[in-house]
Design a protein around this ligand. Structure first.
Ligand SMILES: Nc1ncnc2c1ncn2[C@@H]1O[C@H](COP(=O)(O)OP(=O)(O)O)[C@@H](O)[C@H]1O
Ligand SMILES: [Mg+2]
Length: 292
């Protein structure tokens, strides 16, 4: 990307020698702010994600997020338009410039449907699901896992093409855990980086000797499919009520009845996705018991 330079003056910023005007705030998270900006030269809109890096580790994580975007050129993975690191008041900020997707996140689309008392037709669900699967497959084929797949981390283009984004939790898909210490490290990492209501069972209580792989994404994929079908994730209520998600994920998922928006086929798909991951999880536990 060459030399990066950033000057903040008169409401404009510079990244990779290109100037952008601030337009408005888009979103604010725990450690990041997302703003809508407009390219002065090209007149295009971009989302500028600013991540506060508290220490060197935080900076490294932001750098990894940038590298993950660069690694893929795929119709279902959000690309990168530029990046820079800036130092302000002794703190470091990573600025990640992304193409702006006007329709916003899959979650915002689901929320609008819920507000209208509407639902997502099954054809549309399957189209979006197919795109998400395609993006995920590209990641898995290269040996990476997303680790934080959920409806707020999927953007939808106007034609409903989904784009996987927020690559800040991505890492190598195969994580070999050897010993209690490593298990605790992985578990603590998951507690911070993998959203609880979409987190796979094997990440709640990481076994001392086991392998965590890309199947954690398949679990989250099942939860995303469910959220498109019922306009909320399968464990959102459990979490909101303050009940244990770790416990809830051990039991078969419940499909609300009656449900007008989906056919038994789609419901079966959710149950199948969940049972694939649950059985993979149980198998990895058995392997781990065998090897002791
Ligand atoms: N390129 C983009 N186009 C449109 N909206 C975006 C874009 N990038 C982020 N957003 C919005 O900002 C939110 C937070 O971005 P995200 O990268 O997920 O940050 P965080 O790591 O804080 O979760 C997204 O859920 C989405 O609503
Ligand atoms: Mg996010």
């Amino acid at each position: 990307m060459g030399q990066t330079l950033c000057i903040c003056s008169r409401g404009s910023i510079t990244i990779d020698n290109k100037r952008y005007y601030f337009i408005q705030k888009l979103d604010e998270g725990g450690f990041s702010y997302v703003d809508l900006v407009e390219g002065v030269q090209d007149g295009r809109f971009y989302a500028l994600k600013r991540i506060l890096c508290h220490d060197r580790e935080g900076r490294q994580e932001a750098q990894t997020e940038v590298e993950m975007h660069r690694l893929f050129s795929h119709p279902n993975i959000l690309g990168l338009a530029g990046h820079t690191f800036i130092e302000r008041g002794g703190k470091s900020e990573a600025w990640i410039l992304l193409p702006y997707v006007q329709k916003g996140s899959l979650w915002s689309v689901l929320e609008k449907l819920r507000d209208k008392g509407s639902f997502m037709p099954e054809r549309r669900i399957l189209k979006v699901l197919q795109g998400i699967c395609s993006g995920l497959k590209a990641m898995h084929d290269r040996g990476y896992a997303h680790r934080d797949l959920k409806p707020t981390n999927v953007l939808l283009e106007v034609d409903d093409r989904p784009l996987l984004m927020d690559l800040g939790s991505m890492n190598r898909s195969r994580m070999e855990v050897k010993g209690t210490r490593e298990a605790m490290t992985v578990q603590d990492w998951a507690a911070q980086r993998c959203t609880i209501s979409y987190r796979a069972p094997e990440l709640f209580n990481v076994e001392s000797h086991c392998v965590i792989d890309d199947r954690t994404d398949i679990w989250s994929l099942g939860c995303v499919l469910y959220s498109m079908m019922f306009l909320e994730g399968p464990y959102d209520m459990v979490f909101q009520k303050g009940d244990s998600v770790a416990l809830a994920v051990q039991n078969p998922v419940t499909i609300p009845q009656p449900c007008r928006s989906v056919s038994p086929l789609a419901s079966q798909l959710v149950v199948t996705l969940q049972s694939i991951t649950l059985s993979a999880f149980k198998a990895s536990r058995l392997e781990c018991i065998d090897s002791k």
